[in-house]
Design a binder for this molecule. Structure first.
Ligand SMILES: Cc1ncc(COP(=O)(O)O)c(C=O)c1O
Length: 416
């Protein structure tokens, strides 16, 4: 990182490649021994590559406690989500099992957009309404089930707020129902324990670049025992049990496997450190007063979403050029609209527009967090000095709209 670049606190968007991952990947791009097509197993080049791919499959499966045979390589979590949602619903729909799907309003667009496609194909989609703190209850999910429900798709940790859905309990509740359970674990894998087999999850999406692996590779876990079947999205060479044909990108897959092995080895220690850093960040920001935490205190360890009262979001963004943070989700920022996640939680538009996601990783330092707090405090002081909304807030102490009571609202007012 060059010294004049902003402090990178956008790790929910993507994480830096771990040096061990790069080292594992290089031979697969640099040497003749890394040349083989993993499907060309008639000679040692292909066999060598195939062995590396299978070792990576084991490492990815181990991180989420899945059987290696269930791992299907994809280009990332977007493709995994599409394959899961479209593939599972279409497979069931075509066999007359039903055309109803349950999901939530706070899901990633990589799930919500395929759901819209299913609606165009005649499926009915129930999108659950989360509470003001972004949470869902098991009862809400179970009450939405119908006899013709073929798929429930819910993320583990939300990419904007870090809110964690009770996947183990939801899976348990679904045990006697025929619906397939898909979980988008792009943000949680490598940061929180994920136990595919223990929980009884049928489909699980993963992305390498969210956990210090390379961009452009991910996986969909597809339960293999008993075998779950999907309609493929692509047709071709038959790789990956026919679910994802195409020559496998050995270097990417090897990197993903290494990233999962490193994440698994450090999971508990990294998570504990991230919680400390995130809490340090939150208490530093909360000291400024007039801040609201969007989400819950018990969310994923790397994400903190904060609304700043009395400032215009765009003005604050302009003042915070020293920080690489995200106003809303990175994936939807191009759409220049209020975050659909915060809107679903009932956060008022003005507060949603002055909300920022700070996201950390194991590479984040205490000094970066402290500098981020100091820069934000300076920016708030500058902007609030001329803000009628801030003055009004300080005079009336009017509570901000939206958000959950007890979710860390900090009335403050110390900075006039
Ligand atoms: C929860 C979630 N799902 C899916 C994706 C898409 O992942 P990818 O970039 O691997 O396609 C993201 C990325 O922002 C995400 O956070």
């Amino acid at each position: 990182m060059t010294a004049d670049w902003p402090i990178y606190l956008d790790h929910a968007a993507t994480t830096p490649l771990d040096p061990q991952v790069l080292e594992a990947m290089l031979p697969w791009m640099q040497s003749m021994r890394g040349l083989g097509n993993p499907s060309s197993t008639g000679h040692c080049y292909g066999q060598h590559a195939a062995t590396a791919v299978e070792e990576a499959r084991e490492a990815v499966a181990a991180l989420v406690h899945a059987e290696p045979a269930g791992v299907v390589w994809t280009s990332g979590a977007t493709e995994a989500d599409n394959l899961a949602v479209l593939g599972a619903a279409r497979f069931a729909g075509q066999r007359g099992r039903g055309r109803h799907v349950v999901s939530c309003r706070t899901e990633h667009k990589a799930v919500l957009e395929p759901l819209k496609q299913l609606e165009r194909e005649g499926f009915e989609v129930t999108l659950l309404q989360p509470a003001a703190d972004g949470s869902l209850t098991v009862e809400q999910v179970l009450q939405a089930l119908r006899d013709d429900t073929v798929l429930v798709s819910l993320m583990h940790a939300n990419n904007e707020t870090g809110v964690v859905h009770p996947i183990a309990a939801i899976a348990e509740g679904l045990r006697d129902h025929a619906a397939v359970l898909h979980v988008d674990a792009a943000q949680s894998a490598g940061r929180l324990p994920v136990d595919v087999r223990g929980w009884g999850v049928d489909l699980l999406s993963l992305s390498a670049h969210k956990l210090h692996g390379p961009k452009g590779v991910g996986a969909l876990y597809v339960r293999s025992r008993p075998r779950l079947r999907l309609e493929p999205l692509m047709f071709g060479g038959g790789q990956e049990r026919g679910y994802r044909p195409g020559t496998l990108a050995t270097h990417q897959i090897v990197g993903f496997g290494k990233a999962c092995a490193v994440a698994a080895a450090g999971l508990d220690a990294d998570a504990a450190r991230l919680v400390d850093l995130r809490d340090r960040l939150w208490s530093g920001l909360a000291r400024q007063g007039g801040v609201q935490r969007n989400g819950r205190l018990d969310g994923a360890p790397h994400i903190l979403n904060v609304a700043f009262v009395g400032v215009h979001g765009e003005a604050l963004e302009a003042e915070l050029q020293g920080l690489a943070i995200s106003a809303g989700a990175a994936c939807s920022s191009a759409e220049a609209m209020t975050s659909h996640v915060l809107r679903a939680m009932g956060v008022a538009d003005d507060l949603a527009q002055s909300s920022f996601r700070f996201s950390l990783a194991r590479t984040t330092t205490t000094s970066e967090v402290d500098r981020a707090v100091a820069q934000t405090a300076d920016a708030l002081e500058r902007l609030r000095a001329f803000s009628p909304a801030w003055r009004r807030y300080c005079e009336t102490g009017a509570p901000m709209q939206g958000g959950a009571p007890g979710n860390g609202f900090s009335p403050g007012g110390s900075k006039g």
